[in-house]
Design a protein around this ligand. Structure first.
Ligand code: UT7
Length: 321
């Protein structure tokens, strides 16, 4: 039993923030950001347009493209590290907004690997014969947990959402790998926000993202090629059979290093980080949606998705479009 993606959708805020805009608030410049990351601009959500709002827009587009009703969905899994509420889950908010009354809905937290983890979880339900039709969402509003005084992180991220409608299929390819290493959690972290209780007497703390960029960089360029090799070997697929490697959009130099290690042309690595920056759990489904709508994917194409992020977590999927 495998998964077929039958519809994709994405949504990003209207507000464009360029590198020059950021140079007005922190000591940075367009040249540094472009050459070190490949990012030129990103989208930042305005008040009232949070994670679930973007996710709902992306979900509606994915359903419209799939040509199915929200009422046909059995399961919704929403990957996010920046939900609008502690509870209800973002998945339940989307479920209500699109009217998917029959679907079970819940969130998972795996940061930038979230969409891949969610896709694999839905696949497992399909394989167990429990569900047949699902909606997988990756959406984040990282702008609300960024320290806008910290130039080492604030230039990297953006807000956005991507979604895929998936269906269980008897035939086709899907091989997957996932991993976690909680011992390296401090390399990329954001503590929960707290108001504490009357007993602690502490002041509220606003958790902001902190990152050891070089540590994450080294982790990504080592782990992602290994994960890609694993799914190719399990799928009995030669690397040359892969049309595209759809990677988590974090840094262009990470793509170059991975391409070099795998000895593959950069042409097989589509990108959109120059326009959206790193949207965490949303990067892979937003890019997939763009490629799909541009007609770059044809039925039968073999592609590899691969992500990495806080946790630390990582994962790769070999799938047939
Ligand atoms: O989803 C996963 C998210 N995280 C990642 O993907 C992070 C992966 N890591 C990276 O992408 C890179 O490590 C960064 C882009 C974050 C940083 O690039 P780098 O080449 O590793 O730079 P660096 O941290 O070694 O910093 C080099 C210099 C430092 O100055 P000094 O000490 O050499 O004087 C930094 O203070 O660049 C400085 N710097 C900046 N300068 C201008 C750091 N951030 C900035 C900035 N503008 N925004």
């Amino acid at each position: 039993m495998t998964i077929k993606i039958i519809g994709t959708g994405s949504a990003v805020p209207e507000q464009v923030v360029t590198n020059d805009d950021l140079a007005k608030i922190v000591d940075t410049n367009d040249e540094w950001i472009r050459t070190r990351t490949g990012i030129e601009e990103r989208r930042i959500a305005s008040a009232g347009s949070g994670t679930s709002h973007m996710a709902t827009e992306a979900a509606k587009k994915a359903l419209a493209q799939a040509g199915i009703s929200a009422k046909d969905l059995d399961i919704i899994i929403f990957a996010t590290s920046t939900p609008d509420c502690c509870f209800p889950s973002g998945a339940c908010e989307v479920q209500a907004a699109i009217g998917a009354d029959k679907a079970v809905a819940f969130d998972i937290s795996a940061a930038c690997s979230g969409f891949i983890f969610a896709l694999h979880t839905v696949h497992s339900f399909f394989k167990a014969g429990i569900y047949q039709t699902g909606l997988v969402i990756g959406a984040d509003t990282l702008s609300k947990i960024i320290d806008w005084q910290d130039r080492s992180t604030c230039v990297l991220f953006g807000d956005g959402a991507g979604a895929a409608v998936v269906r269980a299929e008897e035939h086709g390819t899907l091989h997957m790998t996932m991993g976690s290493d909680g011992s390296k959690a401090s390399a990329l972290a954001c503590t929960a926000r707290t108001t504490d209780s009357f007993l602690t007497g502490k002041k509220p703390e606003l958790g902001y993202m902190t990152m050891d960029g070089q540590e994450v960089f080294k982790f990504a360029v080592k782990t992602v090629p290994e994960a890609i090799r694993t799914v190719l070997s399990e799928g009995g697929t030669h690397i040359d059979e892969i049309k595209y490697f759809v990677l988590h959009q974090a840094n262009y130099r990470i793509f170059e290093s991975i391409a070099k290690r795998l000895k593959i042309s950069m042409e097989k690595f589509p990108t959109n980080l120059e326009r959206f920056g790193n949207t965490s759990g949303a990067t892979i489904p937003i890019l997939l949606d763009e490629m799909n709508r541009e007609g770059k994917l044809e039925r039968g194409d073999k592609i590899v998705l691969a992500g990495f992020g806080a946790g630390l977590t990582w994962g790769a999927t070999l799938l047939e479009w």
